[in-house]
Design a protein around this ligand. Structure first.
Ligand SMILES: Nc1ncnc2c1ncn2[C@@H]1O[C@H](COP(=O)(O)OP(=O)(O)OP(=O)(O)O)[C@@H](O)[C@H]1O
Ligand SMILES: [Mg+2]
Length: 247
């Protein structure tokens, strides 16, 4: 089975940036293939990784789960086949995106499809990085299953840190207490970072990096930013720690 890492945190703290840099760092460390999972209905991890998204799981119709299974084929084999068709191939990684349901549909189905796909596809990969939407939807709906590691990304300000503490509390109350949870402090500009009750231990501190900002301003994929980059180097160190945890 793959080692799965769910990336959570308050809006705009850098979940997608960290996820994309982590995918690249793991691939470059030889830990391939990696499955990059965009669990944000407003998909943008593909842009951060520099690949083109052609479809999302949210577009799959419910009939695919019931009526169109070819005779003689098991349901899970059929679904895995369908999910593999939704993958975007990158260099050393594949990407799958949840997307949003068409029209005004409920998001339950999209979350359910994502959950099933992670379960069925996970075994094909060394690592799985799940970039989540802001907040706690993915935990409350149990979309991410039971990950091997929950990374909570926060900027050093108190609101981000308080959100991290709440995510930690919710995850524990929903039975994820055995999952290791770690803080990733992003956009660090020096100085002490506040802590408090329920704030998980910090595994990485990623500096504010003009190379990341410049890529963003120019619409270039952050996953491909040139070195030297203090942020990319900090994520390389994070990847090495995670690889050691996964062994
Ligand atoms: N270390 C960094 N240095 C400089 N800018 C950064 C850094 N990390 C992220 N950013 C910038 O912060 C902004 C938000 O980043 P990102 O989209 O990764 O956050 P997010 O948590 O995924 O947001 P959302 O909650 O909307 O999904 C982007 O403009 C990004 O370029
Ligand atoms: Mg994001």
């Amino acid at each position: 089975m793959s080692f799965s890492i769910a990336v959570s945190g308050k809006g705009g703290t850098g979940k997608t940036t960290v996820s994309a840099l982590l995918v690249r760092a793991l691939v470059q460390a030889g830990e391939r293939p990696v499955l990059a999972v965009d669990a944000d209905p407003n998909a943008n991890l593909h842009e951060a990784l520099g690949v083109t998204l052609e479809g999302t799981l949210g577009c799959m119709r419910e009939e695919a789960f019931r009526e169109s299974i070819p005779p003689g084929m098991g349901r899970n084999d059929y679904l895995a086949l369908r999910f593999r068709k939704s993958l975007v191939e990158g260099e050393g990684f594949d990407l799958i995106a949840m997307g949003r349901p068409e029209g005004s549909g409920c998001y339950c189905f999209a979350h359910d499809v994502l959950k099933t796909s992670l379960h069925l596809l996970g075994k094909d990969y060394r690592f799985m990085i799940i970039d989540n939407e802001a907040g706690m939807e993915h935990i409350a709906r149990e979309t991410i299953g039971v990950p091997d590691l929950l990374l909570i990304v926060s900027t050093p300000d108190s609101r981000g840190i308080r959100t991290a503490a709440r995510i930690n509390e919710l995850a524990r109350s929903l039975g994820l207490s055995q999952v290791p949870m770690r803080m990733v402090i992003n956009r660090w500009k020096g100085g002490r970072v506040i802590s408090g009750p329920s704030v998980p231990e910090t595994i990485a501190t990623i500096p504010e990096d003009p190379v990341v900002l410049q890529a963003d301003l120019e619409g270039r994929p952050v996953g491909l930013i040139p070195r030297p980059s203090a942020a990319a180097e900090a994520v390389d160190r994070l990847a090495r720690e995670i690889i050691a945890m996964a062994r």
